[in-house]
Design a protein around this ligand. Structure first.
Ligand SMILES: [Zn+2]
Ligand SMILES: [Zn+2]
Length: 70
């Protein structure tokens, strides 16, 4: 009988799987090179995720609003 071992195993496995999934998702979206921002002002500073990556803004960034990063 070893209740201590079982107690340690159960909480250990859950975060492990979850983290692996999250890493996979991050890697996948990052690998796509797909960037969009949600700036309220012109996308000219590094606060804009597009400008930060030296990418032009696209129509998905902020539909209906033009910006300087095009
Ligand atoms: Zn932006
Ligand atoms: Zn943008």
């Amino acid at each position: 009988m070893n209740p201590v071992k079982e107690k340690l195993l159960t909480p250990d496995e859950v975060p492990d799987v979850e983290m692996a999934l999250r890493t996979a998702v991050t890697r996948y979206t990052g690998g796509q090179g797909y960037v969009k921002c949600a700036c309220k002002t012109n996308c000219t500073t590094s606060r804009c995720s597009c400008t930060k990556k030296l990418l032009k803004c696209n129509s998905r960034c902020h539909p209906g609003r033009s910006c300087s990063n095009i």
